[in-house]
Design a protein. Sequence first.
Length: 248
Amino acid sequence: MRSRLILPAVCLLLAGCVTTTSGPPRQEARAHYLLGASALGENNPTMALQEFLAAEKAAPRDAEIQDGLAQAYLQKRAYDLAEKHYRKAIDLSDGAPQYYNNLGALYLTMERYDDAIPVFRKAAENLLFATPEVAWTGIGLAYFQKHDYVAAERYYRKARELNPRYTQALFRLGELYYGQDRPVEAVEALSRAVELNPRFVEGHYWLGLAAMKARDNNRARRAFQETIKLAPDSEQARLARNYLLILP
């Protein structure tokens, strides 16, 4: 079964600061931090790293800045440094769950699935974590990558029970059902995902695949057309055009 990793979009920049500094150094750190966060949002990890390093110099014990550094290193594919700074963020915040979640996402990227599962669990089981469905989905994806599809489905469903509107849990269920040759269930899950997030390009593309497998050619055609409309230059759109050529 084809799979992709949770993007660092699960990371929680600007999620709240934990710091021991105050006064002018703190103001300087905050200014550099905000510039770094902006650079990350603009997909400029080099500038982000420069700003976060300047922020760290002014406020070395700020967990939020350590998390920003980790995200910049992650985008630069400096995974060992990303792990180091995520762990610093965890220590400085006394185990804030959003940083455990972000570390779990890093381990997925590094294909360290056995390491990702307990880290995600620490986030998911923390009653102070506002979005535990994200971490439960991360556990599901780790099991999916380990080819334990029964466990993967269990955790995706747990995430969906906590938040029926969480698109990623629905999408991952659809992906799982597609790979298990359960196309009707896949169509149901993916249809709900794109209903909740109409601009979800990959969701539309996989809905097209699932609908083809379910022999619902009209729905497949609409899904592929929407994929092309939303992201005409994407790889999914290229593949969607090919599928449209062979649909009856």
